[in-house]
Design a protein around this ligand. Structure first.
Ligand code: ADP
Ligand code: MG
Length: 239
């Protein structure tokens, strides 16, 4: 789905992404791990055109991402879930999930409501449709955010530390929703500090440090036999 060549991103003189080359295939679940400040969020944001790269190329299904590509169209197909949920606080849960299909895709209200109710069932929140975000726990809010992203029927979902803002006892309810998506074949790129999830659920683990991909491979390779010193040091600190 994505083919990324020598991707670079700088802010002024700060080089955040120095050279990222990787491909992401349809149906893959990739976990990106690495120290804070290594460029993981910036990388995800480049994939979704929330940031404009300063060098290199990104191809999405064979089309180069540049200023001429309709970023709305891309974001319809590649959804994003953020650490801090970013729900609309003045809308009910149901309306949060209905909003994008109605306003971006021009789905009719009835159809949008049907889709939204189905998705809320799927994330275990069928009974919270009328609640407001502030009345929900963090784990419930994040599950609404996932339902909201799914409402656009994306081909891929990007997750930026989806459980980092949650109390520990709420982490699993969100990870379980993500595991179910995996079973359904959803393509996902997940920046995470949940090493258990990366090990058990991903097809590929990518270790990033200081704007580079230091090492990538199957979870068993990365976690049991990391080749690079920096990967070993990072894993020793977090495991
Ligand atoms: P990570 O997600 O791995 O923690 P980020 O991609 O958020 O890393 O950030 C990498 C580096 O880029 C950090 O040093 C951060 O300060 C810098 N950075 C991120 N966004 C901006 C921005 N909008 N302007 C300037 N510097 C930024
Ligand atoms: Mg980040």
């Amino acid at each position: 789905m994505f083919n990324i060549f020598d991707l670079k991103k700088s802010y002024g003189k700060t080089e955040v992404l120095k050279s990222i080359t990787m491909r992401i295939d349809d149906g893959e679940v990739i976990c990106i791990i690495g120290p804070s400040g290594s460029g993981k969020s910036t990388f995800l944001r480049c994939l979704n055109l929330l940031e404009e790269p300063t060098g290199g190329q990104i191809y999405y299904n064979g089309t180069i991402l540049d200023n001429t590509l309709d970023s709305k169209r891309l974001r319809r197909e590649v959804g994003m879930v953020f650490q801090k949920f970013n729900l609309f606080p003045m809308f009910t849960v149901l309306k949060n999930v209905m909003y994008a299909p109605m306003h971006v895709k021009h789905t009719g209200k009835k159809e949008a409501e049907k889709i939204a109710r189905n998705l809320l069932e799927k994330v275990g929140l069928g009974n919270k449709a009328a609640a407001y975000p502030a009345q929900l726990s963090g784990g419930q809010q994040q599950r609404v955010a996932i339902a909201r992203a799914l409402a656009m029927q994306p081909k891929m979902l990007l997750f930026d530390e989806p459980t980092s803002a949650l109390d520990p006892e709420l982490v699993n309810e969100v990870l379980n929703v993500m595991k179910n998506l995996r079973k359904e074949g959803m393509s996902m790129v997940v920046v995470t500090h949940e090493m258990g999830f990366a090990r058990d659920v991903s097809d590929r683990v990518v270790f990033m440090d200081k704007g580079f991909i230091v090492e990538e491979g199957r979870p068993a390779e990365i976690f049991n036999h990391p080749k690079q010193e920096r990967t070993q040091q990072f894993l020793n600190r977090v495991l």
